[in-house]
Design a protein around this ligand. Structure first.
Ligand code: ACO
Length: 330
């Protein structure tokens, strides 16, 4: 029995909404440009709440949905590109605040593919009888690393957290993960640089292979990431289906990373699938990195769309450049 079962899902969304018109007041852009190029209309921006706080609230929501006590969680996997601390981990912070006294926690950094990678790790941990209930928390505060003077990136990102609790299931679970690491410099955000009396900037520059310097803000070569994404999505979905020995047409719903509606339309066409099979909510939340897939899952389940026996495929792509898909029956 290698399958997974979703016991509960949850989310946390900051209250503040930033519309496309709000962005046209701070950079040279328009609602028409953003909507036609990306499909995004608005996104949430945190008002000071930390990443761990957003994650804790999403986790509590998922525990309530699963009707589980935090003490019944055995493993917490936390995904984020914007952790609050180098240490403790975000998983430890969530574990502390929800009171998951019997759990261990691990942080996973695979950028926008984070949830798919975490789901794959969780499915493998479930093969060990010590781990019955696994909580995945994806909490992202992209506003921390967004340059609000760069119109090419700032309109894309939003803040959100989402969580999912899984246990062993009767169906199948297959994944296909990969990374096009030679293009790692097409999408990145730095941590702080060395600051000690023995090292100067020239020392550090010797090692820096990423030519574009933009502080700690997200740098993205949009066109290159676009070209990568439209190939990576079909590759990952087909890869997972081949491993499972099933046809892509057998998938009932694809839950993709929410980056750009045009990317999804092109990927759907490349797979010969209808765009209706791709779940989308980026119009309201923008690109929330690893939180986007579990946010969609939470919404889809709570609006009653997800039914027992359905075949679901989650697919992500992002910094690394990582990509991956997981296919499972509910
Ligand atoms: N408003 C108005 N004009 C803009 C804006 C904006 N917000 N942003 C860029 N432009 C301009 C550019 O300056 C450029 O003008 P120029 O021709 O005078 O130089 C023109 O629009 C075209 O720019 P491109 O970057 O070529 O625009 P493109 O059609 O490629 O769309 C976009 C840009 C939406 C970023 C697209 O490349 C894209 O979606 N790429 C993939 C990004 C992605 O998916 N990232 C997420 C994956 S990883 C992660 O989630 C962190």
């Amino acid at each position: 029995m290698k399958g997974i079962k979703i016991l509960g899902t949850g989310h946390y969304l900051p209250e503040r909404i930033a519309t496309n018109d709000d962005f046209s007041k701070i950079v040279d852009t328009s609602d028409e440009w953003i909507t036609s190029r990306t499909g995004i209309k608005e996104r949430r921006i945190a008002s000071g709440e930390p990443v761990w706080y957003m994650g804790v609230n999403a986790a509590r929501d998922a525990l309530l949905d699963a009707q589980l006590d935090a003490s019944e969680i055995d493993l917490i996997l936390h995904t984020s590109v914007t952790p609050d601390f180098y240490t403790p981990s975000m998983a430890c912070m969530v574990q502390r605040d929800i009171g998951a006294k019997n759990a261990i926690g691990i942080d996973v950094n695979c950028a926008c593919s984070g949830f798919v990678y975490a789901l794959d790790i969780a499915a493998k941990y479930l093969q060990d009888d010590q781990y019955k209930n696994i909580l995945i928390v994806s909490s992202e505060k992209l506003s921390k690393i967004t340059d609000y003077s760069d119109r090419g990136t700032c309109v894309l990102f939003g803040d959100a957290a989402a969580a999912c609790i899984i246990t062993k299931g009767d169906g199948m679970f297959f994944s296909y993960l990969g990374a096009q690491v030679e293009d790692a410099d097409k999408l990145f955000a730095r941590t702080i640089t060395d600051d000690n009396p023995f090292c100067d900037d020239n020392d550090q520059q010797k090692y820096d292979k990423f030519s574009d310097s933009n502080g700690q803000y997200i740098y993205m070569d949009g066109r290159e990431v676009y070209k990568f994404a439209i190939k990576a999505i079909p590759k990952a979905i087909k890869g997972a289906c081949d491993k499972a020995g099933v046809d892509v047409n057998s998938i009932d719903m694809i839950v993709p990373h929410q980056a750009n509606v045009r990317i999804m339309e092109t990927a759907a066409a490349n797979l010969g699938l209808s765009i209706d099979k791709f779940y989308m909510n980026l119009e309201l939340y923008g690109n929330t990195s690893s939180a986007s897939v579990p946010l969609c899952l939470d919404e889809f389940i709570k609006e009653g769309g997800l039914k027992e026996g359905m075949r679901i495929c989650v697919v992500g792509f992002g910094g690394g450049l990582t990509y991956g898909a997981a296919i499972f029956d509910l």
